[in-house]
Design a protein around this ligand. Structure first.
Ligand SMILES: *Cc1c(COP(=O)(O)O)cnc(C)c1O
Length: 425
């Protein structure tokens, strides 16, 4: 697989290099040079998740990884289901939260960890990642106890849910977590600074596991196929998919799936009040505002770092951005949507509820809708219980960590301190 740096097309790498490097020169994102459509979609949709995903990933990655190795990577990474649940006659939910950390980021995080373990040989590497919650948990669990890999996770102090924090800040071992006095964007900026610091990068073998890593995007393509495999041919015919978006990795993966020939009619990019993209699509100007805290905090991102990939893909495919649906919900509207879903008998959480609300607004009569449920409701227990006025069930993965002590360090948003920490590991 050949990839190029969007910011500097002369920088070209293979899959292994892209996975290890994360970002290219000048913080440029890597993008596949060729996206050849699959010619056996119907046959693929009849396979099981692991076999089908192996085929799709092998098609994309090529002979850098043999099918046998890829099959073993995929079967270690995708150890859980992604069921489609019927919500109304023409709307379905794709539940992506049945992995070990109860969010869709388990797909990308676990696939990336397995790829890195395959590629790194005897080298020591340090994973540095910024999280607004779910990435951190997925990455921490995916790499926990892996040999010669240190993981450092930065997150905005007080801006992620307490249970969420317990999920990944209680592991210890090769996982170091740092609560930063600042926003998610501050954390992301420091990660970018670290990658620009050549001396640091060399010294610690720096690698990012953010959604900028191409391996995560490739893994996420697979669950769009899994969703369509569970729908009838009639439902697939006129399918609209609504994606709750923060850094826009999930939507990028969906658009890549469509580029591979998966029949998805159109997508809706649904955000919370951090609506840089909806405003951009509406007004044509890119004007990020300061990030605001919302109840869908995994999407509290005002400078979504995957957006350049989406623009690149639209350009390559000759699609117009006017074909992309969009919309944003404030917290009050998110609450109302969550209640509406509950009345329909579907327990959801704020991120999925945002995608659902935009879908109901934009779905036409003859279309089938699918919205992505990116996290288990229990991960957002406090707000879900507050909105519904009743207690909800907490699965064992979360319950078992709730009483453990937090092991996080606390830092101001000061790159020098993060740098010193990285050097000390
Ligand atoms: C990360 C996350 C999102 C946003 O996904 P992106 O790929 O960053 O757009 C949405 N919902 C939940 C629960 C998340 O953890």
């Amino acid at each position: 697989m050949k990839l190029y740096n969007i910011k500097d097309n002369s920088e070209q790498v293979n899959f292994q290099q892209a996975v290890k490097q994360g970002l290219g020169r000048g913080q440029g994102l890597f993008f596949p040079k060729e996206i050849t459509p699959l010619d056996n979609i119907d046959a693929l949709l009849k396979m099981n998740l692991v076999d089908r995903s192996t085929e799709i990933l092998s098609h994309l990655i090529g002979d850098e990884l043999s099918k046998e190795v890829l099959h073993s990577i995929v079967s270690k990474a995708f150890t859980f289901d992604a069921p489609v649940k019927k919500v109304t006659d023409n709307i379905n939910a794709l539940e992506l939260f049945h992995g070990p950390t109860l969010a869709f980021k388990d797909f990308g995080g676990r696939f990336m960890a397995q790829c890195l373990a395959e590629f790194k040989g005897d080298d020591k590497i340090t994973i540095l990642t910024a999280t607004s919650g779910d990435t951190g948990a997925a990455v921490a669990h995916a790499f926990f106890n892996m040999e010669n890999i240190n993981v450092v996770i930065l997150y905005p102090k007080g801006k992620i849910s307490p249970l969420q924090e317990k999920l990944f800040c209680t592991l210890g071992g090769n996982i170091t977590t740092v609560a930063i006095e600042g926003t998610f964007d501050d954390c992301q900026t420091m990660v970018k600074q670290a990658f620009d610091d050549q001396e640091l990068k060399q010294a610690v073998g720096l690698n990012s596991a953010n959604s900028i890593n191409i391996s995560r995007l490739l893994a996420q393509i697979c669950y769009y196929f899994e969703a369509l495999a569970q729908l009838s041919a009639a439902q697939r015919n006129n399918l609209v998919v609504s994606v709750p978006s923060g850094n826009f990795g999930d939507l990028t993966a969906g658009l890549l799936a469509k580029s591979l020939g998966l029949p998805i009619k159109r997508f809706i990019a649904a955000t919370n009040e951090n609506d840089t993209v909806p405003r951009y699509l509406e007004e044509g100007t890119w004007t990020p505002k300061a990030t605001v805290a919302t109840i869908s905090n995994a999407m509290d991102v005002s400078q979504p770092n995957n957006w350049p990939r989406i623009e690149e893909l639209f350009k390559i495919q000759g699609w117009s951005l006017s074909e992309l649906g969009y919309g944003m919900l404030n917290d009050a509207q998110t609450r109302a949507s969550l209640l509406e879903l509950d009345n329909l008998g579907y327990l959801c959480e704020p991120h999925g509820a945002i995608a659902y609300a935009e879908l109901t607004k934009q779905l036409k009569e003859d279309e089938t809708g699918l919205f992505l449920c990116t996290a288990h409701p229990a991960k957002f227990k406090e707000s879900v219980e507050d909105i519904l006025g009743r207690d909800i069930f907490i699965p064992e993965e979360l319950a078992s960590r709730a009483n453990l002590d937090l092991l996080s360090k606390e830092f101001p948003a000061d790159f020098a301190m993060v740098r010193a920490l990285l050097m000390s590991l």
